[in-house]
Design a protein around this ligand. Structure first.
Ligand code: GLN
Length: 451
């Protein structure tokens, strides 16, 4: 049924780069047979899912939506893919993204433009726009994305679905093609908070193959949702509204929807107070120094010798130049240049080191906030989904879309986006709930009680 749905919806949505229909059917039948023989059912037995195309899948193209990886088939599965498959999930395909996850609209894909299922003239958000769109269009039950500066939460908000970025280190990054390694984290998209909790339960946990993976037991996320009291489920919780996110530039309809969401959380028993995170607004500037710096180092490996694309030239240096020149898109080149510049001798102290200090200050702001509240609230994005093409030639205004989501990555915290209404024009709006380190359970409970 989902494969039929893909056939119906894909001509417009274009969220998948690869659909693995045959393998999916073969897996589904094999699972069915094993179930008929009474074999143990995994947490996700038979559940059709999609994967962002920067997650390595053995023998299935993994392109990062870049020409430089056209046709590349990894020799191994990412840990998250292994875990989902072990839990019984059926992979339907790989989803579109901004090239190497650099962007906020999925327009920077080298292959296709994904449209927002609510309004095909608008972007689905990014960089995991394909995953957000195919979940919203019901072309799979759930999907995985990656979030370096908001790339799960933003498309979730634009597409009207739930998106969760776990604590840095909660989910193994092994097999996730690196963008900015100190910020990258994998997480789920789903249509309900409970489904997102199930997906997280399947992928979370220590992995010796990722040296930044946290060695702490994974709590029973789903049980925590089931255990919420029926009345006043949020009694005893204090939530903070981040004042710095409610300033100029916030779309009036987003502001209204956010206020209504806060009122509803209060009616569910939560106490709400204003919280100031003074350094929050500096997050964007720090991020756009740090992320390109890490990216410029990570992307050095695409040299035409390893991996997919090689453009022949007279000598080795020429081959590097041609391959990288033709293989990378505009935005990726912009990031590589920015990153190489800020890491170069003489500029390192002025830019990179300063940005690292700002990162520490942001972390302290959050630490301070969490001495008073159990979770923080903000809109996920300053405005709803924008028209395709409207920011394409204006990188700064595109970067501003990430204002609310980026500080969370700099501090390594868990956060989710849950739908909180529609604009008059019928576009989804998202509520962001941010938790303290490893407090995924709390933010899932808040969002579950709310939705
Ligand atoms: N939009 C941000 C960027 O372009 C965040 C992307 C992400 O989280 N992968 O870097």
């Amino acid at each position: 049924r989902y494969l039929e749905r893909i056939q119906q919806r894909e001509p417009q949505v274009r969220g998948y780069l690869t659909v693995t229909a045959e393998q999916a059917l073969a897996h589904a039948h094999a699972r069915d047979n094993r179930r008929a023989q009474g074999e143990d059912m995994g947490l996700l037995m038979g559940i059709p899912i999609a994967l962002k195309d920067n997650l390595c899948t053995q023998g299935i193209p993994t392109t990062c939506a870049s020409r430089i990886l056209a046709g590349y088939q990894p020799p191994y599965d990412a840990t998250v893919v292994e875990r989902l498959t072990q839990a019984g999930a059926i992979v339907l395909g790989k989803t579109n993204l901004d090239e190497f996850a650099m962007g906020s609209s999925t327009e920077h894909s080298a292959y296709q433009i994904t449209t927002n299922p609510w309004d095909a003239t608008r972007v689905p958000g990014g960089s995991s726009g394909g995953s957000g769109a195919v979940v919203a269009a019901r072309e799979c039950v759930a999907a995985l994305g990656s979030d370096t500066g908001g790339s799960i939460r933003l498309p979730a908000s634009f597409c009207g679905v739930v998106g969760l970025k776990p604590t840095y280190g909660r989910v193994s990054r092994y097999g996730l093609v690196a963008y900015a390694s100190s910020l990258d984290q994998i997480g789920p998209f789903a249509t309900t908070v409970a489904d997102a909790a199930i997906m997280l339960a399947a992928i979370a946990g220590y992995d010796p193959k990722d040296s930044t993976s946290i060695e702490t037991p994974v709590p029973d996320y789903l049980g925590a949702l089931a255990g919420l009291p029926a009345t006043q489920p949020l009694a005893g919780l204090t939530l903070g509204v981040i004042q710095e996110t409610l300033t100029e530039g916030l779309d009036p309809e987003v502001a209204q929807a956010f206020d209504r969401a806060v009122a509803q959380l209060e009616s569910l028993g939560a106490q709400v107070m204003p919280i100031s995170c003074p350094t929050f607004a500096t997050g964007l500037a720090a991020y756009y120094i740090l992320a390109p710096a890490e990216a410029s180092a990570n992307l050095a490996r695409y040299d035409g010798v390893r991996y997919a694309l090689r453009v022949p030239a007279a000598d080795l240096l020429g081959m590097y130049k041609e391959t990288r020149g033709q293989g990378f898109g505009r935005e990726v080149k912009r990031r590589i240049m920015l990153g190489t510049y800020t890491l170069s001798q003489g500029y390192y102290d002025a830019y990179y080191l300063q940005a690292q200090k700002v990162r520490t200050l942001i972390r302290r702001d959050f630490d301070q906030a969490f001495t008073q509240v159990q979770a923080l609230l903000s809109p996920t994005a300053p405005a709803p989904a924008f028209p395709i093409g409207s920011k394409d030639n204006d990188p700064l205004s595109m970067y501003l879309t990430d204002l609310m989501t980026i500080p969370v990555n700099l501090a390594g915290l868990p956060a989710l986006s849950v739908p909180c209404g529609l604009t008059m024009g019928g576009l989804p709006i998202g509520l962001q709930v941010v938790g303290n380190v490893l407090q995924e359970t709390v933010i899932l409970q808040i969002a579950h009680a709310y939705e």
